[in-house]
Design a protein around this ligand. Structure first.
Ligand SMILES: NC(=O)c1ccc[n+]([C@@H]2O[C@H](COP(=O)([O-])OP(=O)(O)OC[C@H]3O[C@@H](n4cnc5c(N)ncnc54)[C@H](OP(=O)(O)O)[C@@H]3O)[C@@H](O)[C@H]2O)c1
Length: 215
């Protein structure tokens, strides 16, 4: 059987545990971390993400093949980029002023491009950001199952996009590849598929019809 990458999920709030659970179900070894002591999340992890390892963020990242950022953007800005050097990073974050406060650089831009700019030593792919955490878990289906939905995977590095498309596929969604972080703008708040849980043809149509995916 193919050996799957170790996953480090940074963030144990709403969406981090869902991604961790889906990944465990798909057979990935998963570590989960907050900004603090893993002891603080040991019990809750055992209860709600059985099989996941609570770790210090640095330890979780150190032996991970894929790191998922599942923390609010304003907290990401306080993260030391060196922690993620050389890593394949999934940006599942959204700029949400109601909870992030107004963050000037994110007001007009494509948030994942800004995240990638902060993480110059990492390869960033935008994914798993545009479906609410409840639905992300409830709508996941194996490949080919009736009712399977699609989700976008955007990045500037085709090999990295392919790797994360593979992850998304195993987690339970048809991946739709977008060939740049800029094109991934369609996945962020205000874009045509943000908050939507669409079947593949509808997703592709929504993205194709949105001029921003062509930029
Ligand atoms: N909620 C959703 O349905 C959903 C769906 C898709 C994407 N998203 C996006 O995902 C991001 C997180 O959303 P959320 O609703 O899950 O947030 P949340 O419930 O507020 O959880 C945030 C988590 O991030 C942790 N954290 C903060 N700084 C950290 C750091 N430096 N290293 C590791 N962990 C850190 C927090 O723990 P400590 O404070 O203890 O460190 C907490 O466990 C947002 O950008 C959101 O837009 C959310």
């Amino acid at each position: 059987m193919e050996e799957l990458s170790r996953l480090a999920v940074l963030g144990a709030g709403h969406v981090g545990p869902v991604i961790a659970r889906l990944a465990i179900k798909a057979g990935y070894p998963v570590a989960i971390a907050t900004s603090g002591d893993p002891e603080d999340i040991a019990l809750i992890t055992e209860l709600v993400i059985p099989g996941a390892q609570p770790r210090w963020a640095a330890d979780a990242v150190a032996d991970a093949g894929i790191v998922v950022l599942a923390m609010p953007l304003h907290r990401f800005l306080g993260l030391d980029p060196a922690l993620l050097n050389g890593r394949l990073v999934v940006d599942a974050m959204n700029y949400w002023p109601a909870s992030d406060g107004v963050l000037k650089p994110f007001e007009d831009g494509t948030s994942s491009e800004i995240v990638a700019g902060q993480l110059a030593g990492s390869t960033v792919v935008k994914a798993l950001n545009h479906i609410g955490y409840h639905e992300l878990e409830d709508r996941a289906r194996p490949a080919g199952a009736p009712g399977r939905r699609a989700t976008g995977v955007a990045g500037d590095d085709p090999a990295a996009v392919a790797a994360i498309a593979g992850l998304v596929d195993r987690l339970g969604y048809d991946p739709v590849r977008l060939e740049s972080l800029r094109a991934g703008r369609v996945l962020q708040p205000g874009g045509p598929v943000f908050g939507a849980v669409l079947a593949l043809p509808d997703f592709e149509r929504a993205v194709r019809d949105d001029a921003r995916s062509l930029i």
